[in-house]
Design a protein around this ligand. Structure first.
Ligand code: ATP
Ligand code: MG
Length: 434
């Protein structure tokens, strides 16, 4: 039976009372990124399925188990994006950005879709903020991208978050590492899950990212890639760390981080929150030097990260970090009678174009009900207009927080409201300081 009154499992509604602080956080992310020169890019919510097969990798959990894939009416195989890097890179190749002045620095906010088991911090529709720094090979770029994630987390006031980094090398170092992994997993082949037995032949590193408890236990003692880095990769990793230290960014090296997407090379990193339970990775990213060439573009080294916005909000909530609330309505005008209602329409229009939030009755309520509503929406001031006020051109503004009243000329309402609003804000500020 269609459940028309219930959102699909694993999806969330953002209600008006939550949306203001969410937008504040997203704005903070975009603003912080722009300080590093990252500009917003918007790409479609769906792509040809091939875009994700070629980038995320066909032996990953994301591709094998989690994608929303369907045929459209034209018979194309379409997938709702499980992440944004693939679409952004497809776009950068399609529009020739990868051939222009490098690096190209872009950032995004958008919905992602994964058919996963919903639980705290794990949804089927979730949102990511992310950045891609396309065409930057230097370890300075790795440290800068990490610094950006850190500055965003600091900027929204998050605490108790740790940074773990690792290097997973390049295809050159992987040859020796894959051989070592195969050697190790060959001894445990009969205990691995079906998916991992297939991965053993095709991409043994993916076994390290399997979520099944048995595979995890076996993977815990597997050789680590950091012991197999070639000289160039080892030097790169050393310099990333020197850069982080110079910038005063604390981190630990965790040789077990491999990340769940195939395109990563060299530096990978995660920011982990201690306050949101098992799904604790708030931000994950790294370098993907082979991705652009793998998707049919030129050989251009790049890197980026994705930050889970719901997990970030959950961390803020669990840490009781207060976020700004939407400003309240400046003025509620209660109009009594036809003439007053018409004058109110004109006043509202004028005041709104002067920048005030003004509301009035839209339901033919009586005066008492209107005042109750004004109180409920938190109006800072109210003004009752009836025939007398229209005739005299004078009304009484009531400040709701203390009931103080001020006579105002309706012709000069905007100026007087502004003055009263400023006086009130100043008084509140003084009180807060004292
Ligand atoms: P996880 O280890 O939680 O499965 P992942 O390695 O699949 O994460 P990425 O693909 O790197 O994650 O995505 C980047 C970030 O997006 C994650 O660190 C997380 O904050 C967030 N994220 C990923 N999947 C989900 C989900 N199903 N629901 C909510 N947030 C998610
Ligand atoms: Mg995952």
């Amino acid at each position: 039976m269609a459940e028309i009154n219930r959102a699909v499992k694993g999806t969330n509604d953002i209600l008006p009372e939550e949306s203001y602080s969410l937008r504040f956080v997203e704005q903070k992310m975009l603003e912080t990124a722009s300080k590093f020169g990252f500009r917003e890019i918007r790409v479609p919510v769906f792509e040809h399925t091939e875009v994700f097969l070629r980038s995320v990798g066909d032996t990953t959990d994301v591709v094998q188990k989690e994608m929303y894939t369907f045929n459209d009416k034209g018979g194309r195989s379409i997938t709702l994006r499980p992440e944004l890097t693939a679409g952004v890179i497809r776009s950068a190749i399609e529009h020739g950005l990868v051939h222009g002045a490098l690096p190209v620095k872009v950032c995004y906010v958008g919905g992602c879709y994964r058919y996963e088991k919903p639980q705290a911090g794990r949804l089927r529709e979730f949102h990511q903020f992310g950045v891609e720094c396309i065409g930057a090979s230097s370890p300075v770029a790795d440290a800068e991208v990490i610094a950006l994630a850190k500055q965003i987390l600091d900027g929204v006031g998050i605490q108790n978050i740790s940074l773990a980094i690792n290097s997973i090398g390049c295809p050159e170092c992987r040859k020796a590492y894959h051989a070592a992994l195969k050697n190790y997993f060959a001894q445990h082949l009969d205990k691995l899950c079906d998916t991992c037995r297939d991965r053993f032949a095709r991409n043994p590193m993916r076994i390290l990212d399997c979520k099944s408890p048995v595979c995890r236990e076996i993977a815990a003692n597997a050789p680590v890639v950091i012991d197999y880095l070639c000289e160039d990769c080892a030097d790169h990793f050393k310099e990333v760390q020197a850069q982080l230290q110079a910038a005063g960014i604390d981190y630990t090296v965790d040789p077990h981080i491999v990340r769940g997407l195939d395109y990563y090379t060299r530096t990978v990193f995660e920011f982990i929150s201690g306050d949101i339970g098992a799904q604790s990775t708030v931000c994950g990213g790294g370098r993907y030097d082979g991705l652009i060439a793998g998707m049919g573009g030129p050989q251009v080294p790049s890197l980026g990260f994705g930050m889970g916005i719901e997990r970030l909000m959950l961390t803020l909530q669990n840490q009781h970090i207060a976020l700004p609330k939407a400003p309240a309505c400046d003025l509620y005008i209660a109009a009594m009678g036809e003439a007053a209602s018409r004058r109110t329409a004109a006043l509202c229009y004028q005041l709104r174009s002067d920048g005030f939030e003004v509301q009035t009755d839209l339901c033919n309520k009586g005066l008492k009900a209107q005042m109750k509503y004004a109180d409920k929406i938190g109006a800072a001031f109210t003004l009752v207009l009836g025939d007398n006020e229209i005739a005299s051109g004078v009304g009484v503004l009531k400040r709701m927080q203390d009931g103080e009243t001020t006579e105002v000329s309706l012709d000069a309402l905007s100026e007087q409201l502004l003055q009263l609003k400023n006086e009130t804000a100043l008084a509140d500020l003084t009180e807060a300081i004292l």
